[in-house]
Design a protein around this ligand. Structure first.
Ligand SMILES: [Zn+2]
Length: 246
């Protein structure tokens, strides 16, 4: 973070005890999403802190949910007529596997296409999915620090209420500890995602720990369709994030 200037300081909490980071889980299980956030005391149902989800049940790490709640309250003071809501937060391995396999097998369309039909080659199909979706075990959504807002389309954030939200977040999100991992102009990894934000005080630690505990062993013994197609690229996608998120 570059935010250590006077009142702008987003001071990172010190996590000296692994239990504070991972609770009863091993770092390895936590970082690949091998748990149910509903049963983990480190996680909070964001509806309980007054964050809009449009009817969805969404969990985040408590620290992230509380910071997000403060950020949305301050945003609403300046933009009382603009709605800011969360559409996705913690996704565990099973949830990410569902998204990945849906795109892999054609039951979830990508740009209106069934990729199993339009891209028979496994490597190319995986690269297409990886424009916006992670392989199970590599998603920042596993960590409980990352969430998606409002609409999953970059164009939404170029005019109207979407632009009001995005411009405000670009100026202010860092004050609450948030960064945009998938900015435009990065050299590798996922495409730009203006809707995806991350709570840096925790996610920067989880990124480091993913590299220490998962990277060399990925895809471990994990099972999902297309697992062999691009697992060698896992580290590239995990690590190609904006500098403000490291
Ligand atoms: Zn996301």
């Amino acid at each position: 973070m570059l935010a250590a200037i006077g009142a702008m300081c987003v001071c990172k909490p010190q996590y000296s005890n692994p239990d504070e980071l991972y609770g009863t889980l091993s770092a390895g299980d936590y970082l690949i999403g091998n748990f149910d956030p509903a049963t983990q005391p480190l996680f909070l149902n964001v509806n309980t802190v007054n964050i809009k989800t449009m009817g969805r049940t969404i969990y985040l790490r408590r620290e992230a949910a509380e910071a997000l709640n403060r950020m949305i309250a301050d945003f609403k003071k300046e933009h009382p007529d603009v709605d800011l809501w969360v559409v996705s937060g913690t996704r565990n391995f099973a949830s990410q596997k569902g998204i990945w396999e849906g795109k892999w097998n054609g039951t979830r369309a990508v740009n209106g296409q069934q990729l199993n039909r339009t891209i028979p080659d496994g490597r190319q199909r995986a690269l297409k999915i990886l424009e916006y979706s992670s392989m199970p075990g590599t998603s920042r959504h596993h960590w409980g620090t990352d969430f998606d807002i409002n609409i999953l389309q970059n164009d939404y954030y170029k005019r109207g209420p979407g632009l009001e939200i995005y411009a405000w977040l670009q100026s202010n999100a860092h004050k609450y500890g948030f960064c945009q991992p998938y900015t435009a102009g990065r050299e590798a990894g996922y495409n730009e995602e203006r809707w995806h934000w991350s709570y840096v005080p925790l996610s920067s630690i989880f990124l480091r720990d993913w590299n220490d505990t998962v990277k060399a062993r990925y895809p471990l013994n994990l099972s999902f369709d297309g697992v062999g197609s691009a697992s060698d690229l896992a580290s590239v996608y995990v690590n190609s994030v904006d500098e403000s998120c490291k």
